[in-house]
Design a protein around this ligand. Sequence first.
Ligand SMILES: Nc1ncnc2c1ncn2[C@@H]1O[C@H](COP(=O)(O)OP(=O)(O)O)[C@@H](O)[C@H]1O
Ligand SMILES: N[C@@H](CCC(=O)OP(=O)(O)O)C(=O)O
Length: 374
Amino acid sequence: MTVTTNPINEARRLIVKIGSSLLVDEASGHIRRTWMDSLCDDVARLRARGQEVILVSSGAVAVGRRHLGLTPPLRLEEKQAAAATGQIRLAHAYQEALERHGITVAQVLLTLADSEDRRRFLNARNTLDTLLRLGAVPVINENDTVATTEIRFGDNDRLAARVAQMSGADALVLFSDIDGLYTADPRKNPDARFLAEVTEITPDIEAMAGDPGSSVGTGGMVTKLVAAKICLSAGCRMAICKGEPLHPLTALENGARVTWFLPSAGPMTARKQWIAGSMSPMGSLHLDDGAARALASGKSLLPAGIRAIDGEFDRGDCVLVRDGAGRVIGRGLSAYAADDARAIMGRKSADIESVLGYRGRDEIIHRDDLVMEG
Ligand SMILES: Nc1ncnc2c1ncn2[C@@H]1O[C@H](COP(=O)(O)OP(=O)(O)O)[C@@H](O)[C@H]1O
Ligand SMILES: N[C@@H](CCC(=O)OP(=O)(O)O)C(=O)O
């Protein structure tokens, strides 16, 4: 896949990651409100033309530590305290900046572990889908006060890539203090060449990445390449570009220099390859003929079409889908754990709430989570 038109215009769902060094003035610890406003103006413009935007924003520690009068180096619990203080200010600033455009902000605090546990992953994905459907702009940061590992700057590059993967985004933009990937750190090596497009993270590419260039919240190129790897396998295009100019998304649309990491497939194909290739099935759903025909024609699987269920599985686990003769016709991610699925099989979706006592999804396997054989 090469870029023919601008991926920013094409993205249906776009993730934008903002690092501490862009958002927070190093000397004062204040949020750069003019810059934030200009970013939010851009976000509002994209939203108005029908694109969905999720912001992943760092800055909580950098903002909060000034308010608590802490000076580096901070101990872990001091960083966590700083994050708790700074996060509320960050969220408030985003709320004000987006409210000017009548846009509702939703704060989502995630840990990296949330993105790696399939059940929490599904919950987070459904929440993000719902927020976007309702017109809100999610603003995500790592949940630093409960993070069990050391808060590391640069982690939000990876978190943003996980959010892109989780939400099936088509593009992730990492706004940085540099305009892209070079063959070596250009601050140290004047002969470093700029790379406009990368399609694979080879060992040669990995060897190009050096340490961070500044002192406020930096992960360097290493964490950006980790993010790029996640994006490439998730079918999501990823950009590294300079975030400093006001209206940074507009600048990108207008042809600012950028490195694009371009996957060979789109997010849906990548997701289906992941379901088909890397998950062990934990059980089987046996369908009636009508349901088997519906699935063959591209529909989702409803509880009404299931006759029997084998195995023990959790919500989000992979299960095989079998026809009336027991032949495997596909596989997919179950939206219900085995016991709940057994309770609602053969029933209409409208009955789910009265049977289970909660209103879950209408489908047992959504068509986006289903891969048919052959
Ligand atoms: N191969 C490379 N290409 C570009 N920048 C590199 C490279 N290796 C190291 N760097 C450094 O990484 C820095 C960007 O990372 P970082 O400071 O963490 O950005 P941010 O804070 O915006 O996330 C650049 O300013 C640059 O000094
Ligand atoms: N979660 C932390 C920052 C983590 C992080 O990755 O920071 P950065 O390298 O500035 O994107 C915070 O909000 O301070």
